[in-house]
Each structure stands twice: as C-alpha cells, then as structure tokens.
Design a protein around this ligand. Structure first.
Ligand SMILES: NC(=O)c1ccc[n+]([C@@H]2O[C@H](COP(=O)([O-])OP(=O)(O)OC[C@H]3O[C@@H](n4cnc5c(N)ncnc54)[C@H](OP(=O)(O)O)[C@@H]3O)[C@@H](O)[C@H]2O)c1
Length: 309
C-alpha cells in the first residue's frame, strides 16, 4: 500500500491513521462534493469537478490527471445519473458510465491505487418486493441500471482492491442547486406551482452526508468488496416530499400523488427497491438511522444555511 505519510492524524485503539492522497471524480455533484467534505478532514484531496476539470470519456486526459496526482485512493462518483437521460441516449450513457469507469479504473490500476466505485440500487429489478442483500443477483430494468452494473463489472475486472458502494435515492444540500430534489420542489411549492410525485415508486431516501461519512471510513480500511449503504425504512417519492413540506411547515395541497410509477417517462422505474446494509454492519459495525431522522438532520442543516424557509 503506497500510503503517503504527510502527517500522523489520529490514533484509534492503537491504530495509526495515515493521511492518504484521495482523488474524487464528480466533485461538482451532490455526492462528490459531500465525499470531498468528509474525506478532506483526514486526507489530502484532489477534487475533479466534473467536465470543467476534464471529461472522463477522454482516456488520455483522465489517466494523465490521475497519474499526476498519484493518489492512494480513487473515489469514482462521476456518472450520468438521470435514468431518462440515459434511456434517451444509451450511447452517451455507455460512454460515460462504462468507458469512463474503464478509464478511471485503468488509471487506478496503473498506479496501484484502491478504487471506490459508486453504484446504485438500480442494478436490481425490484421484483423481490423486499430489501436486497449484497449477494443477490442484479437484473437492471433500464439503460441507467445496465450501464451502472457494467461499471461494477469493469471495476471488479480491472482492480484488485475495489470497494463497490450501491446507493438508493440521495438527498442533501451539496452539488448543483438546480439538480437538488429538495430545493427544486420546495421552490415550486413556494411559487404556487404543482409538484407531481410518484406515490407507488418506493426507495430508501438517504442523506448524502451519511453516505460520505461511511465512504470516508471505508477507504481507510482494506475490507474490499460490495457494500449497500442506505438509511433504514422506505418511502415513496410522494411520502418523501410530503415529509419535507411537513417539517418545513409548508402547505402540501399542491403536492400531487401520481399513481403510475413510470409517469410517461422514457426509462422504466422499479416500484419498490430497498437494500440491506449487511456488509457495512458486519464490517464497520455502522447502522444508519431511519430516513426520517436523516431528513430532519439535513433540513436543519439547510435551514442553518438559509437554503430552505
Ligand atoms: N443522486 C442519487 O439519487 C443517486 C442514487 C444512487 C446512485 N447515485 C450515483 O452516485 C453518483 C453521483 O451522483 P450524484 O447524485 O452526485 O450526481 P450529479 O449531482 O449529477 O453529479 C454527477 C457528477 O458527474 C460529473 N460528470 C458527468 N459526466 C461527466 C463526464 N463525462 N466527465 C466528467 N465528469 C462527469 C458531473 O459533472 P458536470 O459538472 O460536468 O455535470 C458531476 O460532477 C453517480 O455514480 C450516481 O450513479 C446517485
């Protein structure tokens, strides 16, 4: 392991935690920014803030950038994450979510870095109607899920020291405000506009800061493998947005439940997907709280930043 000893940071139960160099892709996004915030507390960070810092589909460019920084860990969060965008342009989704992963993985392989690849609950079809374990067989139902699953396979085939972290629907205050699911809907309701949300599309809304803290802990270890990371419980998109408005004391009469899970959108959606965090609990002993508690923490933080009323 090529730890770079810049500073001795901490001693937990006699274990010395050494500062590592960590490169994060997708750092202009919701998750990437949260990961940078969490990881930079203990490590030296190089944040690649999306296409402004170079396109991951350009092999020479991304491999050169990763090589230059020579990280101990590469956290790969960049992706096309909108299922409809992926469905409408599968070629582009494949380029970013598969060829992009290959390029990042080749760079990590070349310098012997650990790699943490961000994946999704969308690798599962949701037909089980109960939470999935890490060992269960994926079966994606749309192009987004297919390309993210291929990203997992590419990571596993090129990298020995890999972490794959599958995530459900994320919320938080980081990333681009125009893409933020809380800010977008609160803004519309404030302006008197209607918001339609799936009443039969269930996931596990999960606070991105909690995911980022888990990732920061995981990369300090050598417990490689596949992890599910989600807040407990589940909610439909409608229940989630209702809970947001309720907590902020806002009128929810313009929040309309939609009964068709697909709502005429290009990509097929799963009605119910949830995951057990078996590997996380067994390995790091971390149990994440229910989504409602995590949402309250997030909204308190957003209030303190004057992002929501
Ligand atoms: N958000 C969720 O609910 C959710 C759920 C499960 C899994 N995930 C996974 O979590 C990861 C991060 O998602 P997110 O919610 O943070 O998405 P996001 O806010 O849309 O951020 C995506 C990031 O990827 C970058 N990116 C996209 N195409 C790129 C390219 N060709 N070259 C370089 N950078 C590129 C974007 O940069 P630009 O500034 O150039 O756009 C941005 O920094 C993804 O792997 C996604 O599949 C997300």
């Amino acid at each position: 392991m090529n730890y770079v000893i810049l500073e001795l940071k901490d001693t937990v139960k006699g274990r010395v935690i050494l500062t590592m160099r960590v490169l994060v892709t997708g750092a202009s996004g919701l998750l990437g920014e949260a990961i940078c915030n969490a990881v930079q507390k203990n490590h030296e960070i190089r944040a690649l803030k999306g296409r402004a810092d170079g396109d991951i589909t350009d092999a020479g460019d991304i491999i050169g950038k990763i090589d230059d920084f020579n990280p101990d860990v590469v956290v790969h969060a960049a992706a096309i994450k909108d299922p409809d965008t992926a469905e409408k342009d599968p070629r582009m989704a494949y380029l970013v979510n598969c060829i992009g992963v290959r390029n990042v993985a080749l760079a990590a392989q070349k310098i012997g870095a650990k790699m943490l690849y961000i994946s999704t609950e969308s690798v599962f079809d949701g037909e089980k109607r109960a939470p999935y374990y890490e060992y269960e067989k994926p079966n994606p139902v749309n192009v987004y899920g297919q390309t993210k699953l291929m990203g997992e396979q590419i990571t596993m085939s090129l990298i020995k020291n890999y972490f794959i972290v599958r995530l459900p629907l994320l919320f938080g205050y980081t990333g681009k405000p125009q893409d933020n699911i809380i800010l977008k809907n609160v803004g519309k309701i404030k302006n008197g506009e209607k918001v339609v949300a799936g009443a039969d599309q269930y996931s596990q809304p999960t606070y991105v800061d909690m995911v980022a803290d888990v990732i920061a802990k995981l990369i300090d270890t050598e417990y490689y493998g596949i992890y599910h990371v989600s807040n407990s419980g589940s909610a439909s998109r409608y229940e989630f947005h209702k809970a947001v408005l309720e907590y902020l004391g806002m009128d929810d009469s313009n929040l309309i439940p939609a009964s068709d899970v697909n709502m005429n959108r290009p990509a097929v959606r799963q009605r119910y997907v949830a995951m057990h965090n078996l590997a996380l609990e067994a390995t790091l002993g971390i149990k994440l709280p229910p989504w409602e508690e995590a949402l309250r923490m997030c909204l308190d933080k957003m209030k303190s930043m004057n992002l929501v009323p």
